[in-house]
Design a protein around this ligand. Structure first.
Ligand code: ZN
Length: 105
């Protein structure tokens, strides 16, 4: 994610921005923090690792060992998994067309 943030800083949408947070949603939740034009690494080098920031201290255990990490709720993988669970729970067929119908009703 640090590389994506630097790419945005030098070539992309943050050329004129000194302070920003870069977030990418995919199989996980990636993040990077730039303050005063410089990457923030933090003490352990993981300051921008937003995906493993706990948003629910009573949430499920994450692969990182934390509890209720943002990635568990907001990653593309997690969203697809939770949607599949809801379809199965409601005995609806799996498939994007049915997903749209389920959400729009
Ligand atoms: Zn985690």
């Amino acid at each position: 994610m640090n590389l994506l943030a630097l790419t945005e800083k030098y070539l992309g949408s943050c050329k004129e921005v000194k302070d920003f947070i870069c977030v990418a949603l995919g199989t996980g939740v990636g993040g990077a923090i730039v303050v005063d034009g410089r990457l923030v690494h933090g003490t352990w080098g993981g300051a921008g690792e937003l995906g493993h920031m706990s948003v629910d201290f009573k949430g499920p255990i994450c692969v990182c060992g934390g509890k209720g990490c943002l990635e568990h709720y907001a990653s593309g993988t997690s969203i697809a998994r939770r949607m599949q669970e809801k379809l199965i729970l409601n005995k609806l067929p799996l498939g994007s067309g049915y997903c749209y119908w389920w959400w729009s009703s």
